[in-house]
Design a binder for this molecule. Structure first.
Ligand code: ATP
Length: 554
């Protein structure tokens, strides 16, 4: 619920996971900073992805008949690329959202993703109204009171005597406008006005808004020096396809992975880090023979879905959704989204974590031949009014020669494209929990905890002396050092009552607390407390590094 999301956002700030960017100056919409714990969490997310997809992937020990006998390599490419890349890829002409603005208050919203619900006024006339439920109305007010206004608007609908019986429906602005006109008998007065309740001004026609950030290369600043911040990392892989083939002796099928920042000038950044203007992607381009591409597509769909559930995302909040044929990009023979039920979404709604797309040979061919368009179901180079290619490709041969089958072909591509920030946010939302646990006096208290998977938890163990004397701090610091030396992220805390110290660790998701107490001097053992079960067991000091390492492996 929205209430739960407020608690999560507050915890993220209080404990140093996520801050609003440039907060002391009032912040910039769509930009976020990770604090001391957030940076560790996000590093762990990236690291888990890189390890599972690239460094621990082992084609040699995979059984010969298993699909896992392919190679995986990585690259790290530039954020600013040759402008021709975006012309040939289609982003220059096509990477836009439809936007509607308000003349009066200068608010704006995305016209292709409206959420509208049919509400009936008390006298029985059907009225089409916006849903203003926080998080669902993608409307960006210019003032920083955005959230307050959307709550006020929600109240306005509630109080209008209209009965919000129907579920919200997704539609674009034109369909919405038509629906309003039809249900109102075509009256001009019913033409939708600004959804800002403090404004209600006239709206513009929907117009295209390119999402790529522009920048200038060099000092002259003419149109020819225009460049773009990449809106996806994928193109850096495609343009290096030949370099990777020539330098690393990979054989098809193989995958190239990349993690890096991408930028999109989103019209309505919202829902915490879910839709930001600067974000990080974790993308794989998997190159294969066209005949095997459908099998590889299914392989990656399932493999990527499992990755999230293996890291603790529960199956009842995660779904794999195949796109309908009309949702597919023209060149794609299949796309599926991995989606998560974020708490800021309405009941029954899911938000995209990752898309897995079968992209055919579209990308490599675009960079060979020039921007491609679909003509009667066939991809052809788009021509300008002189019959020349609208945007020229590189002219380089990006086909692949299989020396076993003696066949030359342009590989097909399967693209699992994930967001590091969205995955991190899903792990945060999934981890957040409240239960009851006894405090130092045995009284039951609400306990906030983050149930991070041990691989993702920013800190794996906290070491406490029960009291600050009798050599307990020295012993505890010794254990702390032995864990640090083993490369395990640990912390030491001797401040406040033991119960308070447990709570602090629960709230940041530390899976285990290790306490040195009065018995340690005699039995040379410590108590290990489990965050989730609250179970406490005695472990010999000499075995603590092994025990924590074993628990981290799961
Ligand atoms: P959406 O429909 O939510 O805008 P998309 O379909 O445009 O997303 P892709 O272009 O498929 O997204 O990008 C791949 C992944 O990159 C997404 O699944 C998401 O995890 C991440 N991503 C895309 N846009 C953003 C953003 N504005 N903020 C954070 N992550 C993003």
């Amino acid at each position: 619920s929205a209430n739960q999301m407020d608690k999560i956002v507050a915890l993220c700030k209080r404990r140093g996971f996520v801050f609003q960017d440039s907060e002391i100056y009032g912040g910039v919409n769509g930009f976020w900073d990770y604090g001391p714990l957030g940076v560790e969490l996000k590093r762990n997310v990236r690291e888990a992805w890189w390890q599972d997809m690239v460094s621990r992937h082992d084609p040699l020990t995979a059984p010969a008949d298993s699909p896992d006998a392919y190679q995986m390599v990585g690259v790290e490419t530039s954020i600013i690329m040759h402008p021709q890349v975006w012309k040939c890829s289609g982003h220059y002409d096509l990477f836009h959202d439809m936007m509607v603005d308000c003349h009066a208050c200068k608010g704006r919203f995305r016209a292709d993703h409206l959420k509208v619900k049919l509400v009936r006024s008390t006298d029985g006339d059907p009225v089409v109204a916006w849903t203003f439920m926080p998080g669902s109305a993608e409307f960006d007010w210019p003032s920083s009171g955005d959230k307050k206004l959307s709550k006020a608007a929600a109240a306005a609908v509630e109080n209008s005597g209209q009965d919000a019986e129907a579920a919200p429906v997704d539609m674009d602005f034109d369909t919405y406008r038509k629906t309003v006109l039809e249900t109102s008998g075509g009256s001009e007065a019913a033409i939708p006005h600004c959804p800002n309740p403090a404004c209600r001004g006239k709206l513009t026609e929907p117009r295209e808004f390119n999402l790529m950030f522009k920048t200038i290369l060099g000092a002259l600043g003419t149109k020819d020096d225009e460049a773009f911040l990449r809106p996806e990392t994928a193109q850096g892989i495609f343009v290096n396809f030949k370099n990777v083939c020539d330098s690393s002796r990979v054989k098809i099928p193989f995958g190239v992975a990349q993690i890096g920042k991408s930028f999109r000038n989103e019209i309505t950044p919202r829902n915490f880090t879910f839709r930001s203007r600067e974000f990080e992607q974790m993308e794989i381009e998997f190159f294969c023979h066209p005949d095997a591409s459908q099998d590889w597509y299914r392989y990656w769909r399932d493999r990527r879905f499992r990755w999230y559930s293996d890291l603790g995302i529960s199956q009842d909040r995660l779904q794999l959704r195949d796109h309908d044929p009309e949702e597919l990009a023209h060149y794609s023979c299949g796309t599926a989204d991995i989606e998560y039920r974020f708490p800021f979404l309405d009941e029954g709604e899911y938000g995209e974590l990752e898309g897995i797309a079968h992209r055919g040979d579209f990308d490599l061919r675009s960079h060979m031949e020039g921007k491609l368009v679909d003509r009667d179901g066939k991809l052809e180079v788009e021509l300008n009014e002189h019959g020349q290619p609208k945007y020229r490709g590189s002219g380089k041969d990006l086909s692949y020669f299989d020396d076993q089958s003696r066949e030359r072909f342009v590989p097909n591509v399967i693209e699992p494209s994930a967001g590091a920030d969205r995955a991190t946010l899903a792990f945060i939302c999934e981890a957040f929990a409240e239960d009851e646990a006894p405090d130092d006096k045995g009284k039951m208290q609400v306990r906030t905890l983050m149930k991070f998977h041990p691989r993702l938890a920013p800190i794996k163990a906290a070491i406490f002396p029960l009291i600050k004397k009798e050599g307990q701090p020295e012993k505890a610091k010794e254990i702390y050092r032995s864990l640090k030396e083993a490369g395990i992220a640990v912390t030491y805390d001797e401040q406040a009552a033991i119960g308070r110290r447990y709570r602090r660790q629960d709230e940041i998701g530390t899976p285990w607390c290790i306490t040195v107490d009065g018995d340690t001097a005699s039995d040379n053992a410590v108590t290990v407390r489990d965050r989730d079960s609250l179970e406490q067991v005695r472990v010999p000091v000499d075995e603590i590094v092994d025990e924590i390492s074993r628990r981290m492996r799961g």
